[in-house]
Write a protein that binds this ligand. Structure first.
Ligand code: DAH
Length: 346
């Protein structure tokens, strides 16, 4: 065996053991550079060719090229082996196919929105149309047209967020009664859900921004019995048959007679005898909203003859409906964006 043959055989052996030891693509690349790189081992051997007698040089060149080819194919094989062992390692990590999947976070309709939908659905089944209107209203729609003249003390409770002189964020949805009646002739049967704004101090049953569902029915021969029947039906549908509802005489400038609608406090269940309940204030009842027979002055204002037409109207607080609807003990829960609370009600 010539010196060169011996040299190449040693080189191949060392190369093989280095390539086998390389445990990563990066290490394998270092081995390639060390042997086949521009200043690598093979280049050093090539430089010795010049020292050989010219007759031996072609064979020497061929022997070196053969060695290079052997190294390259071994590198390729080592590369492939590394890749497949990486895949094997990944497959070998045990996969528990019975493990519960990470469920995607699915959103749900907010409880306040759901009550609006359920209430509208109830009235739509009875032939009512749903209308929506502006959240900023001129005082004409908010007050004057609703039989609340500018010097009337009833303005006080609604006198809240003025945007400019004469335009305020509506404190109730009742302006929609006027807007609808001005555009249509009787018979009228509408519900108008939407946001309202009032300067109420926030507590377990008050928010300064909340929702109402307004309702209005005007036709011939409409009487208070229709009002009681429809509103009792709504409460029964939302709360179930066990929840008690009462109509309590009250006063609103735009209705006569007027009644507030109350339901048993969902927190103390009407047991006002014990400690003061912070939800109902100890009365045992929660007010849902106001209602009554549309005042003749309101009908006149929109050009309806009160001797021909009569009607009833109501305005319920949606978050208030949510208390017995979901058995919730504090109205602020509806606006706290607590995912656990919302998930429970979804
Ligand atoms: N708008 C009244 C309020 O927010 C509630 C109300 C009372 C609405 C009587 C009505 C009604 O439509 O007839 O306090």
């Amino acid at each position: 065996m010539t010196d060169l043959t011996q040299l190449l055989a040693d080189l191949l052996r060392r190369f093989a053991s280095d390539a086998d030891a390389a445990g990563s693509a990066h290490a394998l690349e270092s081995v390639r550079i060390a042997y086949l790189g521009r200043n690598g081992e093979v280049t050093k051997v090539r430089r010795t060719i010049g020292t050989l007698p010219p007759a031996e040089r072609p064979d020497a060149g061929k022997a070196i090229n053969d060695a290079v080819a052997a190294m390259e194919s071994r590198l390729e094989a080592a590369q492939a082996a590394l890749e497949s062992s990486a895949v094997d390692a990944e497959l070998a990590t045990s996969i528990d196919v019975t493990f519960p999947p990470i469920a995607p976070q699915v959103g749900s309709i907010h409880p306040v929105r759901r009550i609006i939908e359920e209430s509208c659905d109830y009235f739509m089944r009875h032939g009512f149309a749903v209308v929506v209107g502006p959240e900023a209203e001129p005082d004409y729609y908010n007050f004057d047209a609703l039989n609340i003249p500018s010097d009337h003390p009833a303005r006080e409770s609604f006198d809240s967020f003025w945007l400019t002189d004469g335009v305020l964020l509506r404190p109730h949805t009742s302006p929609m009664q006027i807007r609808t009646m001005q555009q249509h002739r009787p018979p009228i049967a509408i519900v108008a859900p939407g946001k309202c704004f009032r300067r109420d101090a926030v507590d377990a049953r008050h928010l300064f921004q909340f929702h109402q569902v307004e309702g209005l029915l005007v036709a011939d021969d409409i009487h208070f019995g229709h009002l009681k029947g429809m509103l009792t039906g709504l409460c029964r549908e939302l709360f179930g048959p066990e929840q008690r509802v009462r109509f309590r005489p009250s006063y609103f400038p735009f209705t006569e007679p007027s009644a507030e609608v109350d339901t048993t406090c969902p927190k103390c269940r009407g047991d006002a005898s014990g400690a003061r309940c912070n939800l109902c204030g100890g009365s045992g009842w929660i007010e849902l909203g106001g209602s009554g027979m549309v005042h003749p002055n309101v009908l006149r204002e929109v050009g309806y003859d009160p001797d021909v037409y009569s009607g009833w109207a109501f305005g319920f607080g949606v978050e208030r409906l949510g208390l017995p609807r979901y058995g919730v003990d504090d109205i602020r829960r509806f606006i706290n964006s607590d995912p656990d609370f919302l998930a429970q009600l979804s």
